[in-house]
Design a protein around this ligand. Sequence first.
Ligand code: EPU
Length: 433
Amino acid sequence: MDKFVIEGGRKLQGTIRVNGAKNAALPMMAASLLLEQGDRLVLRNVPNLVDIRTMGTLLGKLGVQVSRTRDVLTMSVIDDTPVIAPYEIVKKMRASICVLGPLVGRRREAKVSQPGGCVIGDRPVDLHVRGLADLGVDITMKRGYLEADASNLKGRTVYMGGAYGPSVTGTQNILMAAVLAEGTSLIECAACEPEVQALADLLNSMGARIRGIGSPRLIVEGVKNLHGTDTSVIPDRIEAATFMAAAAATRGDVRIEKCRPDHMIAPLQMFRRAGIETNQGEDWIEVHSEGSFQPIDITTLPYPGFPTDFQAQFMAVMSMGTGISIITEKIYPDRFMHVPELRRMGANIRKEGTCAIIAGVDHLVGAEVMASDLRASAGLVVAGMAAEGFTEIHRVYHIDRGYQHLERRLCELGARVSRVSEKKDLSLIRDVV
Ligand code: EPU
């Protein structure tokens, strides 16, 4: 197991490029299950991450041949009979649930392990199940597996609204089932995230007929079959926002290229409200940070609201602000695992129900902290780069699920972040950093 050792207090400066979005690439890869045998799906700008490799392994078990050349993934179906997504893989990555919709759509049968507990909170799949049932799928839970018989799959009306808003991967699953269902489906209260739009665009380029893309009402006219295509994955808006946070926290000057500012309106507005200077063009953002951060009041919401996946990183910035900031989590009410770790670094944060009340401190101080999930870890990296002295972040395998070569790329901006095997002694490392 590796850890990061960060020597904080260094201003980030320079230019960094954003990779393709993991959360867009994963369902797009799953869409290969909708192909006819012999057709090929080519995806470009695919980040090389643990989660992407896990999806590749799962698709392999489902008869899809997946190959990678640099950032290009090519997928083709060589056997369209397997329908089982086993627990051994699903337990590693919840996004494995994205194979449920296309299996139902194309193979009319699925047996997908139900994802288990998750550190960021309860993550049920009832909206996926109810949505598929609305499409006429007979779906039951047996011994930890969702078993679906889709012999009566039909285009119908599906309502995706849940207690915490629509489900992103739920909407993607329903879309992938509906594109090959006979008749017209209406998906009401659909998730509008750019990653859902990207999947719908991909499906249309494979021959699907989806209207209303980007809106909460998707209309899908079922077609008989889909064909191969070649497309690019959208830039990762959360990675881009994480770099913005890193620049702001270290009082840096950073240009972030190959990003989509139009997918990042809420984070950009919040940076401005906090008094952090940003400039933007069609595919770039510049952050220039000096002076103090003004307190802000943020609530995470479904897109186009402020993303929950950027909550921890922004909290790290605001913990060094002035006055009292409030962050309310409306997607995952328990997603505050980073709070006690930030406190170990001197942050003054109180969790109150689904809110974090942050009294800004002048500076953070390096400490040993524990990464609990992908975005919490990214928040700790941001804090560590701004803090005085050394920070050690244990269990950084979480980071590798969503950020490719993060430490290397941050070092190119002047950060001092080293990946170290947990076995080595810190005294040896300080020379290396
Ligand atoms: N929910 C239900 N029932 C369901 C599904 C979801 O109540 O059937 C609830 C969830 O518990 C949560 C809310 O609805 O409170 C939203 O969950 P959603 O289903 O939208 O999340 P997801 O599709 O499982 C994706 C991202 C997450 C991101 C969320 C919210 C992927 C692969 N994952 O998850 O990304 O946090 O949407 O935006 O797209 C991450 O990248 O670190 C990450 C966790």
